[in-house]
Design a protein around this ligand. Structure first.
Ligand SMILES: Cc1cc2nc3c(=O)[nH]c(=O)nc-3n(C[C@H](O)[C@H](O)[C@H](O)COP(=O)(O)OP(=O)(O)OC[C@H]3O[C@@H](n4cnc5c(N)ncnc54)[C@H](O)[C@@H]3O)c2cc1C
Length: 403
């Protein structure tokens, strides 16, 4: 059984390592970046307790390695930029374990190292061809270190190549992402707060919101959002440092001590801001007629409001791995069966997480009232969904029931 994975990010690396341990599977993970390039990837991430539980159940050694480069994510506190606390939710009151907060580059490093030589770096995909013999198999032509190569008769292709998936475009054309009307920037900077900021917190000035937390080795990850017209690019005049200071300073000019530190950081010209827009891609888990499985952002690009992008990539990879392992152990090596079982296990769960992430973005939209919206997050319906989010990730058949 030959499996090709395209992309060694969160989902792809976990799958490459896990599948290599299943008897009878030959796995090739093709990644476009060079080895070690992840040192520059991204900023900070918080990973939800649901992914922590899923990884602990599926690959405990890997979960330990991720823990070693993380701080616990224990709480979710929200307040106004002036310092009025709106809520302070403790994750352990909802889930049996904390989440993780860590540098994105460290997560990639740990996951990729754990997958070892299953990952082939510096690969670009040239063509993906269906065999048209009714088997759903594919041939993959690629270039590795300047040499043209082909993987023939691939039984299953796993597209783990992220939000702008080349595989998905190949089969379905460009992804038609839905814009939410919110700009987001993020940065990472040395921690000079003197203890003002540690675990996950959010600060609102109207719908304009900053978010920050400390990550190893003592840096502060921060992101900021503000509404923009739906579908438009981020207006350049809203990105200037003066505009950002105005966006996050209350009308009375009074910032809390945390607020002052944050606004000074955001408006520091030497700090590099990475800009994006909140958007969501249509959910898609597989192809019909070709053995292609989409995992992570290639399947379910979602808004980052609940910190579930990498979390779901991890959860989906764990679920897919557990299903394949179980079926292989029972002697079932039919990719069509695997695909069916994975889609059955993941579709409704992913739909729920995507919808809930959008719902939780209410306080970021133009005209929203963050005080009323935040207080609503303490009420039973939201709390019930939060509990489902952090705990209801089990796969039919009980493969993750030990979590
Ligand atoms: C501003 C922002 C903040 C976020 N914050 C959080 C957070 O706090 N918590 C959270 O859980 N998630 C967060 N996310 C989302 C999270 O980062 C992604 O959801 C997650 O990385 C998706 O994992 P993945 O495995 O699907 O893809 P990725 O991790 O994106 O990996 C894709 C891999 O595929 C490779 N690749 C791409 N194209 C090709 C190709 N053609 N050929 C070969 N290789 C290719 C890439 O180099 C990469 O290694 C955030 C995202 C953004 C933008």
């Amino acid at each position: 059984m030959k499996i090709a994975i395209i992309g060694a990010g969160v989902a792809g690396s976990i799958m490459a390592r896990g599948l290599a341990q299943v008897p009878g599977i030959e796995v090739h993970c093709l990644e476009r970046i060079a080895p070690g390039e992840h040192a520059e990837a991204g900023t900070g991430l918080n990973i939800g307790p649901n992914a922590v539980q899923a990884l602990q159940a599926t690959d405990p050694d890997l979960a330990r390695s991720v823990s070693e480069v993380s701080f616990p994510w224990s709480g979710w506190r929200a307040s106004t930029m002036g310092g009025r606390e709106l809520f302070d939710i403790k994750l352990k009151s909802i889930a049996p374990v904390d989440g993780w907060r860590l540098r994105w580059s460290e997560l990639y490093r740990v996951l990729r190292d754990a997958a070892g030589d299953r990952i082939r770096y510096g690969c670009s995909i040239d063509a993906i061809t269906d065999k048209t013999d009714g088997t759903g198999r594919l041939d993959i032509a690629f270039t590795e270190a300047g040499s043209a190569k082909t993987l023939t008769d691939v039984d299953l292709l796993i597209a783990a190549d992220g939000r702008f998936s080349q595989v998905r475009s190949r089969f379905r054309g460009p992804v038609n992402a839905r814009q939410v009307g919110v700009a987001i920037f993020r940065l990472i900077a040395p921690n000079t707060t003197g203890g003002l900021i540690d675990d996950y917190e959010q600060w609102f000035n109207g719908p304009n919101r900053l978010l920050g937390y400390r990550v190893p080795d003592d840096s502060i990850y921060m992101s900021g959002t503000f509404p923009i017209p739906v579908g438009s690019e981020i207006p350049e005049e809203m990105k200037t440092r003066e505009a950002l200071r105005r966006s996050f300073t209350p009308a009375d000019g009074k910032l809390s001590a945390q607020g002052e530190w944050l606004v000074d950081l955001v408006t520091d010209e030497s700090v590099e801001l990475h800009w994006a827009r909140l958007q969501e891609s249509p959910l898609c888990l597989r192809e019909d007629g070709a053995n292609v499985l989409y995992l992570g952002d290639s399947s379910n690009g979602m808004v980052p409001t609940l910190g579930q992008g990498a979390t779901q990539a991890m959860e989906s990879a764990c679920a897919a791995l557990a299903i394949i392992r179980d079926l292989a152990e029972a002697g079932q090596y039919d990719p069509a069966l695997w695909l069916e079982a994975i889609v059955r296990a993941r579709h409704d769960r992913l739909r729920f997480v995507m919808d809930f992430s959008l719902e939780a973005s209410d306080t970021l939209l133009a005209g929203s009232d963050p005080v009323a919206g935040s207080l609503k997050k303490l009420e039973a319906p939201f709390q019930r969904k939060l509990s489902l989010l952090y705990n209801d990730f089990a796969v039919p058949g009980g493969v993750l029931e030990s979590a």
